[in-house]
Design a protein around this ligand. Structure first.
Ligand code: PLP
Length: 400
């Protein structure tokens, strides 16, 4: 029997998706619930208190959209923001965000002046970085010293000053009239894994030693921070007076081991409208490589989302599912660049325009990024960041 073809957006029916996504020629979008972001941040700020909450909004707020998320996080009780790149911080400033913004790595010297001009707070840990920060501060009119945070590498070995060198780094900042040493911080490598608790304790011990060494020479930065989401949930001693939370703000525990430690709500859903429907016979195979074979007659729905949008190509082989009509249904065959197929079963009444949920809730069913991550052998962080900018974001709620 021939498939029923219905062009996009020509019809609406009960439970179907209304019209095309904003500015997009296809019916596929990510919904971001800003009230969930604000509520999550409020929970995290409550846990952190009296430490302050820094919402980490790097990588487009883990794919959720940096500007609206930053506003929602601040409304929810965050008082700091953090980003990876100078351009990420500048984009927030250009949107009118006024909260302090920490750069999580030392910016390359070429962009230090842009960082200073954008009133961003650089992290520094090398002589070259300190020199660039001094020059940048001197070049920016206004005269106020540029606030910087010194990062110590206590064991992750990604970036930061060696604990044995950090006193010299801190003194170099302290000696520079153009700079103000506002913060001292470190990052934990395995705070999400209870079997590494001893390692985490060692990192925190080294960090405390560094602090004491600085204090002995009269250097006591206002802000001291070590905790990410995991440490906030699992290592209260790491909180100091600022905690840097990313994944929890978006509604996910940092690892399955820390699930249930805080009341969090996933903020992002990934949805589409069915674009095409075919009734196929038992034995037919679908998509590239013909790896998915129907063992009975079935209705197969096409969904306009693919691996270029962040749905991994191997998702079907890993047991990936989608929600249509309130039911969990298997993704059929390889995910292609722009489209994927869903096996809706022999009795399905699925029609073009029907809502498909890849991430999020439909009826009583829910699929979240932690489920994807488990199937795909990764973490929700990677799933969320991978939802590409080609997918339009629709914002729900005001975040206040
Ligand atoms: C990304 C990042 C964070 C946030 O980590 P989560 O696990 O998402 O809370 C905190 N600190 C640093 C240095 C980071 O790079």
């Amino acid at each position: 029997m021939a498939g029923r073809f219905r062009p996009l957006c020509t019809r609406k029916r009960e439970g179907s998706v209304a019209e095309s996504a904003v500015g997009s020629s296809r019916l596929a979008w990510a919904e971001v619930d800003l009230d969930a972001i604000a509520a999550n941040c409020s929970v995290l700020a409550g846990l952190a208190r009296p430490a302050a909450l820094c919402a980490v909004v790097k990588a487009g707020a883990y794919g959720h959209g940096a500007v609206p998320v930053a506003r929602a996080a601040l409304a929810g009780g965050a008082t700091w923001l953090a980003v990876a790149l100078v351009e990420e911080g500048i984009a927030l400033r250009e949107a009118g965000v006024e909260a302090p913004i920490l750069l999580l790595s030392e910016p390359p010297p070429e962009v230090m002046e842009a960082a200073a001009a954008g009133d961003l707070t650089p992290t520094v840990y090398t002589a070259g970085g300190i020199e660039a920060a001094r020059k940048a501060a001197a070049a920016v009119p206004g005269g106020a010293p540029l606030r910087v945070h010194v990062k110590v590498d206590t064991g992750m070995h990604r970036v930061g000053a060696d604990p044995d060198d950090v006193l010299a780094v801190a003194l170099a900042v302290d000696d520079a009239a153009e700079l103000h040493l506002e913060g001292l911080w470190t990052h934990l490598a395995a705070a999400d894994e209870p079997h590494h608790d001893e390692f985490t304790a060692g990192q925190l011990r080294r960090f405390a030693e560094v602090r004491h060494r600085l204090a002995a020479t009269g250097i006591r930065p206002d802000l001291v921070h070590a905790a990410n989401s995991s440490a906030l949930l699992a290592h209260p001693g790491a909180r100091n007076n600022l905690v840097r939370c990313g994944i929890t703000a978006y509604g996910y525990p940092p690892s399955p081991a820390l699930a249930g430690r805080a009341e969090l709500r996933p903020a992002m859903s990934l949805k589409a409208g069915v674009s095409f429907v075919r009734r196929l016979s038992a034995g037919e195979r679908v998509s590239y490589g013909l790896q998915y074979q129907l063992d009975a007659d079935s209705v197969v729905a096409t969904v306009p989302l693919g691996y270029a949008d962040g749905v991994p190509r191997r998702f079907s082989a890993m047991g990936g599912q989608a929600l249509i009509g309130g039911r969990r249904l298997p993704i059929a065959g390889r995910v292609t660049m722009d489209q994927l197929l869903v096996d809706c079963g022999p009795d399905s009444g699925v029609a073009a325009g029907d809502e498909v949920v890849l991430l999020g809730r439909q009826g009583d069913e829910r699929i979240d990024a932690a489920e994807w991550a488990e199937r795909l052998g990764t973490v929700p962080y990677e799933i969320l960041c991978a939802i590409s900018t080609r997918v339009p974001r629709r914002y729900l709620g005001g975040g206040s």
